[in-house]
Design a protein around this ligand. Structure first.
Ligand SMILES: NC(=O)c1ccc[n+]([C@@H]2O[C@H](COP(=O)([O-])OP(=O)(O)OC[C@H]3O[C@@H](n4cnc5c(N)ncnc54)[C@H](O)[C@@H]3O)[C@@H](O)[C@H]2O)c1
Length: 341
């Protein structure tokens, strides 16, 4: 049984804690750390059978019996904790994004090349059963050459403005998952980005310097076109759909619902709303991504969602930010060259 430590006991740290303790085979959470550890979180951890609860994550890094760590703390801590965990010889699963600063991601990449430990980034949507099915169809050539990829990604409600202020903006916080989905679904790299953005949901988001609604068009290196549409608030729940259109056909993924019951009556035909948010929609994907991480360690396999996925998605996000600010198409190569890439 592999001992794992979790750094950060907020929303996503708790998701991973529950999924490892309940569903992931071959691993157990030995310790969890959070500087704002409280009685409620301690009781939650103890209830799951997590024996060690700390305020200082260094206790986890110093524990020789812990082989792997999951970095689930706030984004601004990910790259620094990654470097310390690499130096401590741990295998690492790091939540997205690794950092907003490309130089800091490159520092982590350099340290990984020397240390040779496995490092997985938390792009959970790649493990969603629907998206995996669509990717398998594209990869198998069932739709022929990809021409257009459409990703719809809308949250059920906007986060608090205090969160928006430190989030790095919608592109690096929310759309980053969709940028990764473009790379995953197409098996291609993004060449150029053009972004439109608007404040349609909450003026306070605009006052905080961000947008809440966006459409991002992308040229891929193959010549295919991708488009993402985002909103921070969809009145009917979490709207997460993908359609890939190619020379030979099309593959589409619809939202998961509580049930597939469809009621027809005099007023119309009624179906369930999408599952409410990421905790409902992606719970199995969270289990599957951590299961794959553990499997990669135990069976010495290459991780499929590594540091380069974390890096590319941030480069695309920065290109989108610049496109919006300067109202022009931006090449990924323009951003990359500023970091010596
Ligand atoms: N993959 C996904 O679907 C997904 C979903 C939600 C959040 N996230 C990412 O996970 C990270 C955490 O998000 P969240 O929603 O759980 O936030 P959160 O605010 O609920 O939790 C973050 C926790 O980290 C703790 N923390 C801060 N500094 C720390 C440190 N030095 N050591 C240990 N703990 C520390 C905070 O006290 C807090 O409890 C963010 O980077 C976010 O982007 C990913």
């Amino acid at each position: 049984m592999m001992n794992v430590g979790i750094i950060g006991a907020g929303r996503i740290g708790k998701v991973h804690g529950e999924s490892i303790m309940r569903y992931v085979k071959g691993a157990t959470v030995k310790a969890i750390a959070d500087p704002f550890m409280n009685d409620e979180t301690k009781a939650w951890a103890n209830g799951l059978g997590i024996a060690e609860v700390y305020t200082d994550y260094h206790k986890i890094l110093e524990d020789k019996d812990i082989e792997a760590v999951l970095i689930c703390s706030s984004t601004d801590t990910h790259s620094a904790i990654s470097l310390e965990a690499i130096a401590a010889g741990k295998y690492i699963f790091c939540e997205k994004p690794i950092d907003h600063d490309v130089f800091k991601i490159l520092e982590v990449k350099k340290a990984l090349e020397k240390a040779g430990v496995k490092y997985q980034v938390g792009f959970n949507r790649r493990f969603d059963h629907n998206f995996k099915g669509a990717r398998a169809a594209v990869e198998a050539g069932k739709i022929g050459t990809l021409d257009v990829l459409k990703i719809c990604s809308r949250d059920p409600g906007a986060p608090p403005v205090e969160y928006v202020k430190v989030s790095g903006g919608i592109f690096l916080d929310m759309t980053i998952h969709d940028f990764d989905m473009v790379r995953f679904m197409s098996g291609d790299e993004v060449d150029e980005v053009f972004a439109y953005g608007a404040v349609r949901v909450d003026p306070a988001i605009g006052e905080a310097g961000d947008i809440d609604t966006a459409v991002i068009s992308m040229k891929l290196q193959s010549g295919a076109i991708a488009v993402i549409d985002n909103s921070r608030e969809a009145s009917y729940g979490y709207d997460q759909r993908v359609e890939a259109f190619g020379r030979k056909g099309q593959v589409a993924v619809s939202n998961d619902t509580e049930s597939t019951a469809v009621i027809s009556d005099a007023d119309g035909v009624h179906a369930e709303k999408p599952l409410y948010f990421f905790l409902q929609r992606y719970m199995q994907a969270y289990v599957d991504e951590v299961s794959e991480f553990i499997d990669c360690i135990v069976n010495d396999k290459e991780v499929t969602v590594g540091i380069d996925c974390g890096l590319q998605s941030v480069l695309i996000g920065l290109a989108a930010k610049r496109s919006l600010a300067e109202n022009r198409p931006v090449k990924i190569a323009e951003i990359a060259s500023e970091y010596g890439l």
